[in-house]
Design a protein around this ligand. Structure first.
Ligand code: AMZ
Length: 274
């Protein structure tokens, strides 16, 4: 099993390197016929694995006191990649759950992407050196585009910008701060300064177990023409298939995996990743 997971990780790593170079329109269109990467989410708060409702820190469900155990579980079930968010980091502006993140990073054979509180180049460098494959910049995209430019120049595909939208407008700092930046405009300006991949989250769907905001995701995919990983409200395997049809490169699944609404192995089977 370990060997299998390792090989799978190498295979997916290669795939992600290939797909990250594919940022013209025709190749994006081709992605509509290819697999969508199903990425389990681990949100960390006070050292535990939690899910929030619409990103609201007052509406929290704790799913485990042992995030490393959860990460190992998703890996053993065939997850191609993990998405980890330091919620304390996103709210405070600096990584807070570093010890657990390091433990998970060390234990994972699959690539890990990490966001929440990453706001300077030294932190990005340290995380990448510690084995995190991709860092996610959210607030910095709005407040410090120079950092994003610098990070993309130095670390290229290891940088993703997270666009978190409430009613079409970007929210930052743990989604507590609303901005006047339209999500599509931010993505467009980020693409111009060298960003190669985005995560698009619809905040009003996140953690709700309803359905993704397909129209907003489609709009983002069509507007940006770069790989887009979709998040927020993904609750069934049909949602994953729909996102695949729309041309999303990946889908971040959180609460639905923890409640059992989506069984990871079954989803991977049906999407054709196992
Ligand atoms: O749930 C939340 N309140 C939340 C969340 N999941 N707030 C931020 N984040 C995630 C974003 C992005 O991936 O989706 O944290 C990252 C951005 O962090 P930052 O610190 O760069 O804005």
């Amino acid at each position: 099993m370990t060997q299998y997971v390792h090989e799978r990780a190498q295979y997916n790593h290669k795939l992600s390197n290939i797909s990250s170079r594919c940022y013209n329109f025709h190749i994006i269109r081709d992605r509509k016929r290819s697999e969508i990467e199903i990425i389990p989410a681990i949100d960390l708060r006070d050292g535990r694995c939690v899910r929030l409702y619409q990103g609201d820190y007052n509406q929290e469900t704790v799913f485990s006191d042992d995030p490393l155990d959860v990460a190992l579980k998703w890996q053993s079930m065939g997850a191609p990649r993990l998405h980890i968010i330091d919620l304390d980091g996103a709210a405070s502006g600096e990584i807070r759950n570093l010890e657990i993140i390091r433990d998970i990073g060390r234990a994972m054979l699959i690539p890990v992407q990490l966001g929440g509180g990453i706001r300077d180049i030294e932190t990005i460098e340290a995380l990448l050196k510690a084995g995190i494959e991709r860092v996610i910049l959210g607030t910095a995209a709005v407040e410090d585009p120079g950092l994003v430019t610098d990070a993309c120049r130095r670390f290229r595909d290891s940088v993703i910008v997270g666009i978190d939208a409430r009613e079409g407008y970007v929210a930052t700092r743990g989604w507590v701060n609303d901005t006047e930046q339209a999500a599509v405009d931010l993505a467009d300006s980020m693409a111009q300064i060298g960003v190669r991949r985005f995560i698009f989250t619809d905040i009003s769907r996140d953690g709700t177990l309803t359905e993704p905001n397909f129209s907003a995701i489609a709009e983002m995919i069509d507007a940006v023409r770069l790989p887009i990983i979709a998040a927020g409200g993904i609750t069934t395997i049909s949602h994953l298939k729909m996102l695949q049809k729309l041309g999303a490169e990946g889908a971040i699944v959180g609460k639905a995996l923890y409640t059992g609404d989506i069984i990871l192995k079954q989803a991977l089977n049906e999407i054709g990743q196992m």
